[in-house]
Every structure is written in C-alpha cells, then in structure tokens.
Design a protein around this ligand. Sequence first.
Ligand code: ADE
Ligand code: ZN
Ligand code: ZN
Length: 256
Amino acid sequence: MKKSLLLFLLFPVVVFSNAFWGKTGHRVTGEIAQEYLTGKAKRAIHDLLDGHSLAFVSTFADDIKADRAYSKYSAWHYVNYPLGMRYKDSNKSEHGDIMTAIEECIAQIEDENNARTDRIFYLKMLVHFVGDLHQPMHTSRADDKGGNDIQVQWFGEGSNLHRVWDKNLIESYGMTYTELASELKNVSREKRKEIQAGTIYDWVDESHDICEDLYESVEVGEKLGYRYSYDHNELLFQQLQKGGLRLAKILNDVFG
Ligand code: ADE
Ligand code: ZN
Ligand code: ZN
C-alpha cells in the first residue's frame, strides 16, 4: 500500500485517540464513588446533577479550562510543595491550591442558602479535584511544574512524567472506564474503611510521598514503555481505587 494512503487511513486513529482517553482516570474515580454512596447522598446528587452520573460530570473542571472566564480555577487542580515536607507546613499559593479548592467546594455545597446553580458547579468541581488529589504528580514539586518539565518518551513518542501519570499509563492499559471501575470497585468492607480513614490532609501527604518515588522512577529523556507499565500499573489502580472510595466518603459526609 502506498505510504500516503496508509497515513490517510491512520489519520483519524492518531488524531482522535488522544482526545478523550485522558478523561478515563476521572471517570473511573467517579464510577467507583457512585457505588459507595449512601441512599441519601445518592438522591441529593441525582437531583443536583439532573440524573447524570459522577463519572459524567468528573471532567467538567478540565472542560472549562477552554473558557477564559474560568481561569481563576486553574491553580485549583494541584498543589506543589517541597519533597519530604507536610502540606500543613508548606507555604500556600495566593491563587489557592487543590486543598483550598476541595474545602471551598465542600463549604459551597453545604451552604443551603446558595443558589442551586452554584451548588451544582461546586459539586462537579469537587468530583474532579478528589480525582486529581490521587494523581501523585498533582501533589508534587514546583521546580519542574509537577513533572511537566521532565521530558521522557512513551512508546517512542514525546511525553513527560506528568503526562505519563495523567494519561499514558492508563491509556496504554486499554480498558474503558467502566471496565476499570468494575474491576476496582470490589473492596472488602474492612479495606474500604481503612482507605476511607483520615482526612484530606493525610491523603495529600500520602500522594505527595508517592510522587517522590515517581521522580526516582525515571531519568530525563528515558524511553518508557512495557516495563514501566508493568512496574507501575498496580500503583495506578490503587490510586484510582482510593480516589473513588474517598470521594464517596466526602460526598456521604457532605450530604449526610
Ligand atoms: N499542572 C500544571 N502546573 C502544575 C504544577 N505546577 N504542578 C502540578 N500539576 C500542574
Ligand atoms: Zn484536573
Ligand atoms: Zn495533570
């Protein structure tokens, strides 16, 4: 087959495959959380989201980045502080961070005097940020912008450490968000209670400690692929599962 014809046929696959898979992690977290909502939380959320699922609204906070009117929320997706430090001891950004974001969302949803549209907005944002909190490169170092400046190759294509953890690993696994969620949502009551214990302050430091290992897992310019996936998929699954169970815990408390 002529090379130009082959490229023409492959074009849609190459261009469009990138477009939506990046959302998989957030949807998995939402789908797992949905399973562990109390009846009361489920009804309140069903009402606010007009019947849409947590998975469906989980990408809203990324979608609005395309609109300048929402630029004040861009710093709400992550937090940077030095490795080895605890969040509570760190210097806080004047623009806010993922922790102040989660607290603000909770306060806004809980305020029953708030307009319904505002409570809906902050609910969608909260679902997203609890997912981001469990992506270790969203709780990492300022110098390299959370790994965005650490260039690597992923199966021969240019990428960076941040992107590997946002998209490359999960996309390469090749399961849909519903398939991943149904694998990860079966957790014993005992293990679930263990994962849901603590506060967002414990969880951010846990994620922050994990990012330390991830910085050590790559060299700048390294060619990553099958071996990196093999070594890190368990951690990826664990973070998705924790994100889902903890999102359910937060929502059950908010709507309890
Ligand atoms: N996304 C954009 N900038 C970031 C940063 N500094 N840390 C983590 N995630 C980010
Ligand atoms: Zn985000
Ligand atoms: Zn990211």
